[in-house]
Design a protein around this ligand. Structure first.
Ligand code: BGC
Length: 259
């Protein structure tokens, strides 16, 4: 007669990824990084004020009938629960008590962090940076450029390397984000030298051991990674793709609230 195994409790957190066009969420098993239900996406409201975004976050909570803690990303500097910048989002987020506003909108415990930092945490825990020592930079190429710095497995938050003045009189994200490629209709042969120059600049400043490229563009890694030259570090595509923000946010909340 087979003995029945006691069912193991799954440690789960609702991960939510707030972006300029969509707000996506799913419950995450924080031990494996697996999504426990299909991702749900709602259009970002326009204007995307903290209150309007709060209502959408609450809709996601209701969709999953969620009652536990929430981890949530935001595409700006997030320091001590406040959003301090708003490069590609509504200006009303500057100096907003964003974490408290979103927690109040849901009535649940909520941890807020920068979107690229979340992607970094996801990559270090389950992806391309897993088990790696040294200095790792995760760069997300999307509407803007996000960054995460990981040193010996530990995240150094809010690095904002997309806002480095580069190449001159502008910032890196206005020169080589995925949006710039699209807006200027740059072919890979015209875009790649821009990305290459930016990566060489990061190398000059930080001497990383590994750089991981995330964001939607990482699905086309074969179009740019083999073309990069003069780099002393290993360059790879992110492994978590679309789910990195959701998973990383869930991990941060799990660590914060002791899930
Ligand atoms: C913001 C960052 C964000 C990145 C990617 C930048 O414009 O300043 O905080 O991580 O876009 O969304």
């Amino acid at each position: 007669m087979s003995e029945q195994q006691p069912s193991k409790t799954v440690r789960a957190v609702l991960g939510i990824d707030i972006g300029g066009t969509g707000i996506k969420g799913a419950p995450v098993n924080v031990d494996t990084g697996e999504l426990l239900a299909e991702r749900h996406r709602i259009d970002t409201p326009q204007p995307a004020t903290p209150e309007a975004v709060g209502r959408v976050v609450k809709q996601l909570v209701d969709h999953f009938q969620w009652q536990g803690p929430i981890g949530c990303t935001f595409p700006a500097i997030v320091h001590n629960g406040m959003t301090l910048s708003a490069a590609n989002v509504d200006q009303s987020w500057i100096n907003a008590e964003a974490e408290a506003i979103l927690a109040a909108a849901t009535g649940l415990k909520l941890k807020l962090l920068n979107d690229a930092d979340a992607a970094g945490l996801a990559e270090v825990t389950f992806g391309a940076a897993h088990g790696k020592k040294g200095k790792i930079i995760v760069i997300t190429l999307g509407t803007g450029i996000g960054s995460a710095l990981i040193v010996d497995g530990k995240l150094i938050s809010n690095t904002e390397f997309g806002h480095l003045i580069f190449p001159q009189d502008t910032i890196a994200e206005k020169y080589c984000s995925a949006k710039v490629k699209e807006d200027l209709d740059l072919k890979w042969k015209d875009y790649n030298p821009r990305l290459n120059a930016y990566l060489q600049h990061l190398q000059l400043l930080f001497s990383p051991d590994l750089v991981i490229i995330g964001g939607g563009i990482s699905k086309k890694a074969d179009k740019f990674i083999p073309e990069m030259q003069g780099l002393r570090f290993e360059l790879v595509a992110a492994e978590l793709k679309n789910e990195a923000g959701i998973v990383g946010a869930a991990l941060e909340a799990a660590a914060t609230f002791g899930v």
